[in-house]
Write a protein of this length. Structure first.
Length: 224
């Protein structure tokens, strides 16, 4: 005899999990892309109306975002997107400097050169940042994500994703800078060319220089 009640209960739990993940992802994306700016208030009732749900899955999603350090919850005051300070900016880049040059050197002998060539072609398009700065942002992130994912280290990949979520907030808050975008493209191409030569030492050095240049560009904008 089939336990239909048990199946129904499992299905309900699955639906709730899917809904909560959807709400979590939706709010997270709005915080990361700046739609909800640092310090912006998050009103639970607006999301209950938008998603057609009770406050419970909204609160559960916000608790997850709090663990991600993307929201701050203050009892009797409200929930806010976390602020970004100049100290946060330096810490994000310090972590990147510890991780990315070392990973780039490690993966250099085995990294997929066809994928690298694809990135090279895209970064060679000097008009991309002018046409869609958002697309250029995500191309930039996908390049760095690809390098970390090529390490095959799942713990590192998860940790890095959290860091880059915060980094993307910094980039968007810093605003558009087509001149910096073009310099970044050139820096990426130099890194890619070093990968093509399987020159691990150059890859590590160029990655470090690229991250330092990105950090200096961010902090000199004085928007934190």
């Amino acid at each position: 005899m089939i336990n239909t009640a048990g199946q129904s209960g499992t299905a309900d739990i699955s639906k709730k999990a899917v809904l909560q993940d959807f709400i979590y992802t939706s709010i997270k994306e709005r915080i990361i892309n700046g739609e909800i700016p640092p310090g912006g208030i998050i009103i639970e009732n607006s999301f209950t109306e938008e998603f057609g749900t009770s406050r419970t899955p909204i609160r559960e999603a916000l608790l997850r975002l709090q663990r991600d350090r993307l929201v701050s919850i203050y009892p009797r005051q409200g929930t806010f997107a976390t602020q970004i300070s100049i100290k946060d900016v330096y810490e994000i880049f310090d972590i990147r400097l510890l991780i990315e040059p070392a990973v780039a050197r490690q993966i250099c002998p085995t990294v997929d050169l066809e994928k690298m060539e694809s990135f090279r072609e895209q970064f060679g398009d000097k008009n991309l940042a002018q046409i869609s700065y958002k697309k250029w942002f995500y191309l930039d992130r996908s390049f760095h994500d690809f390098l970390i994912e090529s390490s095959g280290n799942e713990t590192l990949i998860r940790t890095y994703q959290d860091i880059m979520d915060q980094h993307l907030r910094v980039r968007i808050l810093a605003g558009k800078s087509p001149s910096r975008a073009n310099k970044t493209n050139d820096e990426h191409i130099r890194i890619i060319d070093a990968f093509a030569r399987r020159d691990a030492e150059a890859v590590e050095q160029y990655m470090r220089e690229h991250i330092i240049a990105s950090r200096e560009a961010a902090v000199t904008l004085d928007r934190f």
